[in-house]
Design a protein around this ligand. Structure first.
Ligand code: 13P
Length: 229
C-alpha cells in the first residue's frame, strides 16, 4: 500500500521536522513493501532522509524566472525533490487551475522525470447524477495528460468526501476504481476522509493501491494508525 500525507496549509518548518523525526522512528514496523509519501507546505521542504519520499504540493512548470510567489525546479532541486502532486481539487477549484494548466504542469514535470501523483475527483452534484456522469467527469480530467507516462500514480478524491468526514462507500470506491483502472492502468489511491476507523475497509478494496490523506495525516499518531493498521 501507498500512504501519502498531504499537509495542505498546515504545519511549520519546525513542526514538520519534529513530525518526520517521530514518524521515522516508528516506520520500522511498517510492511517493507508499503511506501510513504509526505507533502509538507513549501516552506517546510527540505532534504529529509528516511524510509519515505518527500514531495511538493505544487510548483510552477518552469526551471526558474519571474513568477512571483511560485517555485520552480531550481528550488526543488536544492532538496532533491522530484515528486509532485498535480491536479488537486483545491488547486483546481479554490485556486482556479484549469485542465489546460494542469495538463501543462503535468507535461513539464513529466519531461523532468518527476514522479507525479495526479488527482482527480467529482463534485457532489456530479456524483448524484450517477456513475456514468462521474466517469465522464473523471475522464475529462485526463484531457491533455499522457497516461502512458510510467512514473505517475492516480489519486481519486471525490470532492464531497474531502475534509467532510463523509467517506465514499466501499461500493462507490470500488466501482469507480474498477472503471478507472480500465482507462488508466496505474497505481490508484483513494482520498477523502480516510481515517483510523475506515482504513481497514478501504485498504481491503482490491482496486485501492493506497490512500492520500489530509486531516488524519497531520498528527503522526493518526497517520501511523493508517500505516500500521
Ligand atoms: P481529508 O483526508 O482531510 O479528507 O483530505 C483529503 C485530501 O484532500 C488529500 O489530498
Amino acid at each position: 500500500m501507498i500512504y501519502a500525507a498531504n499537509f495542505k496549509t498546515n504545519h511549520t518548518r519546525q513542526s514538520t521536522k519534529n513530525y518526520i523525526k517521530e514518524l521515522q522512528s516508528k516506520l520500522d514496523s511498517k510492511k517493507p513493501e508499503d511506501k510513504i509519501y509526505i507533502f509538507p507546505p513549501l516552506t517546510a521542504l527540505d532534504a529529509f532522509e528516511g524510509d519515505f519520499s518527500i514531495g511538493t504540493q505544487n510548483a510552477y512548470p518552469v526551471e526558474k524566472g519571474a513568477f512571483t510567489g511560485e517555485i520552480g525546479i531550481e528550488q526543488l532541486a536544492e532538496f532533491n525533490i522530484n515528486t509532485i502532486l498535480i491536479g488537486h481539487s483545491e488547486r483546481r477549484d479554490t485556486l482556479g487551475e484549469s485542465q489546460e494548466e494542469v495538463a501543462k504542469k503535468f507535461a513539464f514535470f513529466r519531461e523532468q522525470g518527476f514522479e507525479i501523483i495526479y488527482c482527480i475527483g467529482e463534485s457532489l452534484e456530479v456524483r448524484e447524477q450517477g456513475i456514468e456522469a462521474v466517469m465522464e467527469h473523471l475522464i475529462s480530467q485526463f484531457e491533455g495528460i499522457d497516461t502512458t507516462y510510467n512514473n505517475f500514480i492516480v489519486a481519486y478524491e471525490p470532492i464531497w468526501a474531502i475534509g467532510t468526514g463523509r467517506t465514499a462507500s466501499v461500493e462507490e470506491i470500488s466501482q469507480t476504481h474498477n472503471s478507472l483502472k480500465k482507462i488508466v492502468d496505474k497505481a490508484l489511491l483513494y482520498g477523502g476522509s480516510v481515517k483510523g476507523t475506515n482504513i481497514k475497509e478501504i485498504a481491503s478494496i482490491e482496486s485501492v493501491d493506497g490512500v492520500l490523506v489530509g486531516g488524519a495525516s497531520l498528527r503522526t499518531e493518526t497517520f501511523l494508525e493508517l500505516v500500521l493498521h
